[in-house]
Design a binder for this molecule. Structure first.
Ligand code: HEG
Length: 147
């Protein structure tokens, strides 16, 4: 069971309040597809993923990035039961989508990099540590129905 201090809760709420779901979602998913090109295998219906500009300009990548980040809001709003919140989504990624759960960590790391780039000095090491704790719990929850 993960414990959250008031300060950690405030930090997560504050970071989330500054996240533009459309922009950050598209950039984070785009970055995953560029830096780890093998992840493109899951998105065979998304059209042109042949280069970094193609990926970053692909409307389906942008739309799905928004879907992923919108789902992250559920964790922000349910910090005391992230595992339960993602139970069905974990099962979906495991049994229907057959997504290797290692990819959740890759997406979480790309998301942190994109947020750090967007926020600049506002994303201090202390804030980043708390944000990464939060994403670690999200990654564990999304992986929880695989085993
Ligand atoms: Mg996943 C669908 C959330 C990582 C591949 N993902 C979805 C959906 C949500 C979601 C909400 C729609 C589910 C539905 O249709 O009911 N995904 C989600 C989160 C995270 C994540 C919150 C991590 C933070 N997903 C992820 C990763 C991959 C992936 C890392 C692959 C590298 N997701 C994936 C695919 C689909 C979804 C292939 C189906 C997309 C489609 O066909 O439209």
């Amino acid at each position: 069971m993960v414990e959250w201090s008031d300060s950690e809760r405030n930090t997560i709420a504050s970071v989330w309040g500054k996240v533009n779901v459309d922009e950050i979602g598209a950039q984070a998913l785009g970055r995953v597809l560029i830096v780890y090109p093998w992840t493109q295998r899951y998105f065979g219906t998304f059209g042109d993923l042949s280069s970094a500009p193609a990926i970053l300009g692909n409307p389906k990548v942008a739309k799905h990035g928004k879907t992923v980040l919108s789902a992250l809001e559920k964790a922000v709003k349910n910090m005391d039961d992230i595992k339960g919140t993602y139970s069905q989504l974990s099962l979906l990624h495991c049994e229907k989508l057959n997504v290797d759960p290692d990819n959740f960590r890759l997406l979480a790391d790309c998301l942190t990099i994109v947020i750090a780039t967007a926020f600049g000095a506002g994303f201090s090491p202390a804030v980043q540590a708390t944000w990464q704790k939060f994403l670690s719990v999200v990654v564990a929850a999304l992986s929880s129905r695989y085993f």
